[in-house]
Structures are given as structure tokens and as C-alpha cells.
Write a protein that binds this ligand. Structure first.
Ligand code: HEM
Length: 117
């Protein structure tokens, strides 16, 4: 299963999600940023993180998410959506684990810190 297919479904599930869009900053950004752009960037990031050969040339996770004020609850919702997409595509357990670890490693840069409030 190509990474791009899983990422594409993941973005398609994230963008219209009612819980995430209760956050007005997320809702505004998804209307402004084209989904195909996000699919391209996230695919390159995951491809690079899993060994290449792609190169991610987008912004850092901190720079691209700071203005979204993402909470721990919104993060948890994202993880639920991600797991649903992995299960739907029957991604093997060991690869699911690897992908969840890659995503998990970005939590500190993506979820807003108390100090930033
Ligand atoms: C609750 C969790 C998340 C939400 C709601 C979210 C939402 C968004 C939004 C709205 C943007 C566009 C921001 C803008 O340009 O104004 C964005 C960009 C991006 N996100 Fe996320 N994101 C989440 C988690 C993640 C995770 C876990 C990853 C990767 C492991 C990721 C990777 C990216 C990348 C690569 C970009 C593009 C950066 C660039 O434009 O250079 N995001 N995200």
C-alpha cells in the first residue's frame, strides 16, 4: 500500500471532521490551504521519515501548526482518525506501530503549550 494512498485518505478524513473544525483556526486554515498541497507535503514527510527516497522540503511542524492552537483533545481525535485509516487499508501491525511512532514524535511541536496561551 503506497504511503500516498493512506495519506490521501487521512487528509480526506481530517479536513471535514466536525470535531476538529470546532477550532476556528483549524477551520479557517482548511478553507485556505488546498487538500492536495497537504497530501503532497505529508506524504513527503512520512516517506522521508520511513527511509526515503523522498525529501521533505516543507516547514517545520512547529512553524506550520503554531497558529492553529491545537489542543491535546484535538490531537487525540487526529490519532483516532489515523488509526481508522490504517485499519481500513489493513496496514500490517508493525508498520502501523512505526507510523504511529513517527506521528507521535511530533506531538510536542504540534500541540500548543500552556506557555503559548
Ligand atoms: C490534530 C492534528 C493536526 C491538525 C489539526 C493539522 C492541521 C494542519 C493544517 C490546517 C495545516 C495547514 C496550516 C497552514 O498552512 O496554515 C497543516 C500543515 C501541515 N501538517 Fe498538520 N495537522 C495536524 C497534525 C499533523 C501531523 C501529526 C503531521 C505529521 C506527522 C502533520 C503534517 C503537516 C505538514 C507536513 C503540513 C504542511 C507544512 C507546510 O506547509 O510546509 N500535521 N496541518
Amino acid at each position: 500500500m503506497p504511503i500516498s494512498v493512506v495519506v490521501s485518505d487521512f487528509i480526506d478524513a481530517m479536513v471535514p471532521d466536525p470535531f476538529l473544525n470546532q477550532n476556528s483556526a483549524i477551520n479557517a486554515a482548511r478553507k485556505r490551504v488546498p487538500a492536495p498541497y497537504l497530501k503532497y507535503q505529508v506524504t513527503a514527510l512520512v516517506c522521508q521519515a520511513t527511509g526515503g527516497p523522498c525529501q521533505y522540503i516543507g516547514r517545520t511542524m512547529k512553524n506550520s501548526h503554531a497558529h492553529l492552537n491545537i489542543t491535546e483533545a484535538e490531537w487525540d481525535r487526529m490519532v483516532v482518525i489515523f488509526k481508522e485509516v490504517l485499519a481500513k487499508h489493513k496496514v500490517p501491525g508493525s508498520e502501523q506501530q512505526e507510523l504511529l511512532e513517527i506521528v507521535g514524535s511530533t506531538n510536542g511541536d504540534i500541540v500548543m503549550s500552556g506557555a503559548a496561551q
